[in-house]
Design a protein around this ligand. Structure first.
Ligand code: E4P
Length: 215
């Protein structure tokens, strides 16, 4: 599994990327809005930090303006992947963009059928939202498992991004399900790093180290 960071915060991205475990970034309009900064500027800065796929979302609802937005976004940097919402218009845009060599990440996926259609239309990535399904009493991880079974059965090449990750167990389960990528909030990355036994272990080593005579 690869890990992407799910944020538009440049400081978080800089810090997380320096850990050597992050290979891409996903943003969405809500994450961009949290920053209160110019969209293109933020995307440009992210691209200057991370050498890997960076998802930036189109907000048009019709295929033609979506395609136009996608062209503009992808002209910012070669690593830009355009996020397209999972709608009929979105599928039309994905088909056209993939024929033009522009990478897409089909977002807001909540069923295996949606993932299948996105992959058939030519998406480079599909993003099933695990946490939002859990929130309404469905099993988000089961969806990842279904999608992986279908994609593996037919050799579909779209990469599956477990998105809407809320806690470290989501990451473990996504990895066990064979998801290609989990995109995780900064907070979850630090929750994955931390363990109380590591902290108390360091504390004990340092205390014992004080007893070592200095010659
Ligand atoms: C990923 O591509 C999405 O932007 C993100 O994971 C959504 O997460 P949320 O459901 O916590 O908003």
């Amino acid at each position: 599994i690869k890990l992407f960071l799910d944020t538009a915060n440049v400081e978080e991205i800089r810090d997380a990327y320096s850990l050597g475990v992050i290979s891409g970034v996903t943003t969405n309009p809500s994450l961009i809005a949290l920053e209160g900064r110019d969209f293109v500027q933020v995307v440009r800065e992210i691209a200057s930090i991370v050498d890997g796929p960076i998802s930036a979302e189109a907000v048009s609802l019709e295929a033609a303006p979506m395609i136009e937005e996608a062209r503009q976004l992808s002209s910012i940097h070669p690593n830009i992947v355009v996020k397209i919402p999972m709608t009929a218009e979105g599928l039309k845009a994905v088909k056209e963009l993939s024929s033009q060599g522009i990478k897409t990440n089909v977002t807001l996926i909540f069923s295996a059928n949606q993932a299948l259609l996105a992959a058939l239309a030519g998406a480079s990535y599909v993003s099933p939202f695990v946490g939002r399904l859990d929130d309404i009493g469905y099993n988000g991880m089961q969806l990842i498992e279904e999608i992986m079974a279908i994609f593996n059965q037919y050799g579909l090449i779209a990469e599956v991004i477990a998105a809407s990750v809320r806690h470290p167990m989501h990451v473990i389960d996504a990895a066990k399900s064979g998801a290609d990528i989990a995109t995780i909030p900064y907070k979850v990355l630090y929750q994955m790093i931390k363990h109380p036994l590591t902290d108390s272990g360091i504390e004990r080593f340092l205390k014992d180290w004080e007893k070592v005579p200095v010659k």
